[in-house]
Write a protein that binds this ligand. Structure first.
Ligand code: SAM
Length: 286
């Protein structure tokens, strides 16, 4: 029989085991997520019944993995994204809250969201988060999504199937594969490409550097604009007139990206801040 622990004792244990890895607010959030996802115990129940005894085996196994800095999303195999719950594996980046904002910027763009034959291309789709969220909210749009990782595309497909959404998945290396497999004329290219210079790795939390796919995160220090340059160039041929690029970016790279946009005659480019007030998104029109 599974041994038991009280909710209160499990909270204390979680705090003491994880306090060298995460700040208290994150520990408390991990603790609530575990109780909710593993035992279906809501935050209200937690507050009302701290003495309630709950099965401990799975929770203690999870704590062991959390102590090694493994992200809770990989332990549970799911991550929230907007109003979706997406499957994630170590082959896919864990979708971030900022990327939810990137989706929102496209949805709020009135020049786009009223079009009835909207064509959208998501480059480097990972778990499929951007493409799936857009297709769910814009069902009449045609969504194309690419990644060079077959494993990531399999996860993305499973996520789309879960929500019964039809998306064109394209296995494609944006840096070297030919473009015939792409739609030849699109209204939107959206991408959250790898953009962190390799030398910044030591600044990141070990739950990112030890567990998330390196190829989803990092670019060489000597060519940090690698993906942006390629996507901007491709956009200059496949975007429709007035079609738009939506990028998630790294603050330090933004001026250099603008220089590339100028070379390819894009217009109306502007940066937008994320909810943490960091310049994060770049929109440009062809
Ligand atoms: C920062 S992640 C973004 C994932 C997802 N779009 C999101 O926002 O959560 C970058 C994605 O680009 C993919 N990628 C990396 N190099 C690539 C390449 N050369 N061609 C196509 N995709 C690539 C990675 O596999 C990863 O899924």
């Amino acid at each position: 029989m599974d041994s038991k622990i009280t909710i209160k004792d499990f909270k204390n244990l979680t705090c003491s085991e994880l306090n060298s890895i995460y700040p208290l607010n994150e520990i408390l959030s991990i603790y609530s997520i575990l109780l909710e996802q593993r035992l279906n115990i809501s935050k209200v129940e937690v507050a009302l019944y701290p003495e309630k005894e709950i099965p401990s085996y799975q929770l203690l196994e999870d704590l062991k993995r959390l102590k090694k800095a493994e992200p809770i999303q990989y332990i549970l195999g799911v991550a929230p994204f907007r109003n979706l719950e997406l499957k994630v594996t170590p082959d896919t980046l864990i979708p971030r809250p900022e990327t939810e904002e990137l989706v929102e910027l496209i949805l709020q763009d009135s020049a786009l969201n009223k079009k009835d034959n909207l064509q959208i291309l998501d480059i480097g789709t990972g778990s499929g988060a951007i493409a799936i969220a857009l297709k769910k909210e814009l069902p009449v749009a045609d969504l194309y999504a690419t990644d060079f990782s077959i494993q990531a595309l399999q996860v993305a497909k499973a996520n789309a199937e879960k929500y019964n959404l039809n998306i064109h998945w394209i296995h494609h290396d944006i840096l070297k594969d030919p473009l015939e497999v792409f739609p030849q004329s699109v209204d939107v290219i959206v991408s959250n490409p790898p953009y962190i210079p390799e030398s910044n790795a030591p600044l990141l939390h070990p739950n990112v550097t030890q567990y998330e796919p390196q190829s989803a995160l990092f670019v060489p220090d000597h060519d940090p604009l690698l993906f942006y340059k390629r996507i901007i160039k491709i956009g200059s041929t496949i975007l429709k007139p007035n079609g738009k690029l939506f990028f998630e970016t790294f603050e330090e790279l933004q001026d250099s990206i603008v220089q590339v946009l100028r070379v390819f005659n894009y217009k109306d480019f502007h940066f937008l801040k994320d909810l943490n007030e960091k310049p994060r998104f770049l929109i440009a029109s062809k």
